[in-house]
Design a protein around this ligand. Structure first.
Ligand code: NAD
Length: 479
């Protein structure tokens, strides 16, 4: 069992109390016991990050790149171990867990390169004898607050980017899945990061939020939209820079001209992959009337073939729901959809497995419409509704008739339709003939408000948030 301590100013520290995590595949197994940090712990971590800032921002460039590369190497080397821990604590299948750990390794390698690749700019000035130099400086101390659904990838893409651009960090991972963040802290320590440049505080964000905002120069948050709104409000008095990656209610459109197999595969993966617990997962499947019956018949067959079970079992396609609050939330949506008149075509019930866990059959509702709660609020589980529409125009209107705008997808073999959708979609991500979830590490990731706020993550786009622009004039004519 993991004993989770805080990592502050280069030291592992006990906290006054501990909080256990339970394996969602096996409720009889405690995975770890983790520090519940106090406000004083968070303040110490922020103070350590502030002290470390001058040293880290002027750290030798090659040495900084080497250090991040070493962490990437360690993540690759331990991907199976991390993936297994992740599956035990979060519930995604072992394949998904190892995939996520590998992604974290790739992210560190990418940002190792970004340390030396990130450019500035030079302009000729309109004033004789002057140059203008644009440089991108670290923002300062970053508080990174992360959710339970990607316990290694999301901490990795915040921490690696923040450090690469010369910031110091306090990471507060989800209280449901902190295990992987502890391994990440160990790796940063072993790679030789100067003390205080990275700090880990564990526990419930509600108790630490204001401190983590007030003591930082910027907060990078990933989580639910209501939490994001609170953070934005809490940051207003200090004007702390805020980046929010929030919820999705992502539409996947299937047009009459779609390749049926491609459409079914993309819809099934997008909806039920990782137990539907991806912010970019498909939750609204919008289907034009000509293909509707054939598509639905095939999709129902596909979902029936998915095996729900213990995350570490080799034949499991879909692991458990990650925790009890999320399981209960899914069931509430299912009951509401039924009472609103949606037709249950698959799932909708808890499933028995060899162990006691939060197993939920992948769920599909038919004959839903966009006014139902099922189609308006983020479920964040293996639950989706099919909405039948007349034509492409109505499909686009329904897709956009939603407050959230993170990802969106379409299945079509018509290039004109694909291009029109790419242009007209209001989402931050548009996926054509491929699932709504799943973006490479080197391209911008994120949605439009209220699914996202304050600059994209990943790739070189993350420099926008993790750096501050300085415009400098140099009058060399005086020389
Ligand atoms: P959550 O908002 O409940 O918690 C996220 C983190 O915020 C946790 O570490 C939590 O302790 C902390 N927190 C909670 N209240 C806080 C407060 N008042 N101040 C500061 N921190 C606080 O979200 P969750 O349930 O862990 O994650 C699921 C949500 O995350 C879903 O809505 C999902 O769509 C979203 N998500 C978004 C993305 C994205 O990139 N857009 C990626 C993954 C998950």
């Amino acid at each position: 069992m993991i004993k989770g301590r805080n990592f502050i100013d280069g030291q592992w520290r006990e906290a006054a109390s501990l909080l256990p995590t339970i394996n969602p595949s096996d409720l009889d197994e405690t995975v770890g016991e983790y520090a519940v940090s106090s406000v004083a712990d968070a303040e110490e971590a922020l103070a350590a990050a502030r002290r470390a800032l001058p040293g880290w921002r002027s750290y030798n460039t090659q040495a900084r790149a080497d250090l991040l590369r070493k962490v990437g190497d360690a993540l690759y080397a331990r991907a199976e171990e991390i993936g297994t821990l992740l599956s035990r604590e979060e519930g995604k299948t072992l394949k998904e867990g190892i995939g996520e750990a590998t992604r974290a390794a790739q992210v560190f390698h990418f940002y190792a390169g970004e340390v030396v690749r990130h450019p500035g700019q030079w302009y000729p000035s309109l004033r004789d004898g002057h140059n203008v130099i644009i440089s991108y400086e670290p923002v300062g101390v970053i508080s990174a607050i992360t959710p339970w659904n990607f316990p290694i990838a999301i901490p990795a893409w915040k921490v690696a980017a923040a450090l690469a651009y010369g910031n110091t960090v306090v990471l507060k991972p989800s209280e449901f899945t902190p295990g992987c963040a502890i391994i990440l802290a160990e790796m940063l320590e072993q790679a030789g990061l100067p003390k205080g440049a990275f700090n880990l505080v564990l526990g419930d964000g509600r108790a630490l939020g204001q401190t983590l905002i007030d003591g930082a120069d910027a907060v990078s948050f990933t989580g639910a939209t209501p939490t994001g709104r609170k953070i934005l409000q809490m940051a207003a008095p200090t004007m702390t820079k805020v980046q929010l990656e929030l919820g999705g209610k992502n539409p996947f459109i299937v047009l009459d001209d779609a390749d049926l197999d491609v459409a079914v595969a993309a819809a099934a993966q997008g909806t039920w992959g990782q137990t539907g617990q991806r912010c970019t997962g498909s939750e609204r499947i919008i289907v034009t009337k000509g293909i509707h019956d054939a598509f639905v018949e095939k999709l129902v067959k596909a979902v029936a073939g998915l095996k729900v079970g213990h995350a570490l079992d080799a034949d499991t396609d879909i692991g458990p729901v990650a925790n009890k609050p999320q399981f209960d939330k899914n069931m509430t949506f299912i009951e509401k959809a039924k009472s609103d008149g949606a037709e249950l075509a698959a799932g909708g019930v808890a499933v028995e497995a060899r162990t006691r866990g939060y197993f939920l059959a992948p769920t599909l509702f038919l004959n839903t419409h966009n006014e139902m709660a099922l189609n308006r609020e983020e479920v964040f589980g293996p639950v989706a509704g099919v909405i039948k529409v007349e034509d492409f125009d109505e499909a686009i209107a329904v897709a956009k008739d939603c407050e959230l705008a993170l990802s969106s997808g379409i299945a079509t073999t018509n290039l004109k339709h694909a291009e029109r959708y790419r242009r007209e979609s209001n989402a931050g991500l548009v996926m054509v003939n491929t699932p709504t979830a799943g973006v490479d590490y080197h391209v911008p990731f994120g949605g439009r408000a209220p699914s996202g706020y304050g600059g994209r993550e990943q790739g070189t786009a993350s420099a926008e948030f993790f750096t501050e622009i300085k415009t400098a004039y140099i009058n060399h004519g005086v020389l």
